[in-house]
Ligand binder design. Structure first.
Ligand code: PLP
Length: 324
């Protein structure tokens, strides 16, 4: 693929487009993690977005780019929950109808968050792939516009605004740790950082239960993985068998990937709660988990960890942090 479809200019344009609806989130130092990792660690708190995750950035940028005709048709998404909430939020702000198709694996707190914003949440099947079938039907039969959670240039550019904020708040950044599923988040961030300086290291963190991107990178083409229940529910699902952007971008821009066990993810959530006093969902805590497990080497002197979301069922959280 010669053309990636996303460049630094798109990220700057996205920033202008989403300003006012999306927060420039804080980058806070973590003395506890700095001690554990033996370097200077900061946390990029995307948990502070109004919808509780960074997905608001890409969804807001994608919906802003729709034509009046497309807006009139309404939008449909497939989501592990956080993209859906971002789409619902952006759709509400624009007065656009939104339907989100999700599997039974999506936690209730995320379904409730989507419905509270006035969007329709349809629960279909046991996997993202099954939910995708319903979304495809809505596009084909009702003319709704599909908004991908990751494989869309506008979504990638929106997530890339995190990279601009990191460069502003920590210009001498050496390494960033980024949760990785479909790869929209890490592609956007890596594009911004690598364009600024190719020496900045970008490391993707996945759960070892169905790490679709890592397997696809190894195979050189999209690979289907079985979707299993995991603490990092927001990292579940495949990269799409017709992946157009993120597989190529991750292959080109990401230096390394790390896989975490369920115990290591839980340790990240427990650390966030007890030491940082932060509520972080499983998918959002994998960077912290990787540092605690000592799985991210060659960090350099200045490290940022993207803490990507906070939308966890409180009962679930209590079980995990109670044990930690
Ligand atoms: C979606 C999501 C991710 C992964 O983002 P991708 O763009 O799919 O790689 C990470 N953390 C949270 C909380 C998410 O909702």
């Amino acid at each position: 693929m010669a053309e990636t479809g996303v460049c630094l200019q798109d990220i700057y344009k996205a920033r202008r487009t989403i300003a006012g609806q999306v927060r420039h989130t804080p980058l806070v130092s973590s003395p506890a993690l700095s001690k554990i990792a033996g370097t200077n660690v900061r946390l990029k708190l995307e948990t502070m977005q109004e919808t509780g995750s960074f997905k608001l950035r890409g969804a807001t940028n994608a919906l802003a780019g729709l034509s009046p005709e497309e807006r009139a048709q309404g939008v449909v998404g497939v989501s592990t929950g956080n993209h859906g909430r971002g789409v619902a939020h952006a759709a509400k702000a624009l007065g656009v109808k939104a339907i989100l198709c999700m599997s039974e694996l999506v936690p209730q707190v995320k379904v409730d968050g989507i419905r509270a914003l006035g969007a329709e949440a349809r629960i279909i099947g046991r996997s993202q792939d099954e939910a995708q079938v319903e979304a495809d039907r809505l596009v084909a039969e009702e003319g709704m516009v599909f908004v991908s959670p990751f494989d869309d240039p506008r979504v990638i550019a929106g997530q890339g605004t995190i990279g601009l904020e990191l460069l502003e708040d920590l210009p001498d950044i050496d390494t960033v740790l980024v949760p990785l599923s479909g790869g929209g988040l890490i592609s956007g961030i890596a594009l911004a950082l690598k364009t600024a300086s190719p020496g900045i290291r970008v490391i993707g963190i996945c759960m070892d239960r169905g790490a679709a991107m890592v397997e696809s990178l190894a195979a050189g083409k999209p690979v289907e993985v079985e979707e299993l229940p995991t603490l990092a529910d927001s990292l579940g699902g495949g990269i799409g068998m017709d992946n157009r952007y993120t597989l190529e971008m991750v292959g080109r821009l990401v230096d390394d990937t790390v896989l975490l066990s369920e115990e290591q993810i839980a340790a990240g959530m427990a650390h966030a709660f007890h030491q940082e006093r932060l509520v972080v969902e499983g998918g959002g805590s994998v960077g912290i988990g990787a540092l605690i497990a000592g799985l991210a080497p060659n960090l350099g002197d200045k490290v940022a960890v993207v803490v990507s979301g906070r939308n966890v069922d409180t009962k679930r959280l209590a079980e995990i942090v109670g044990a930690g």
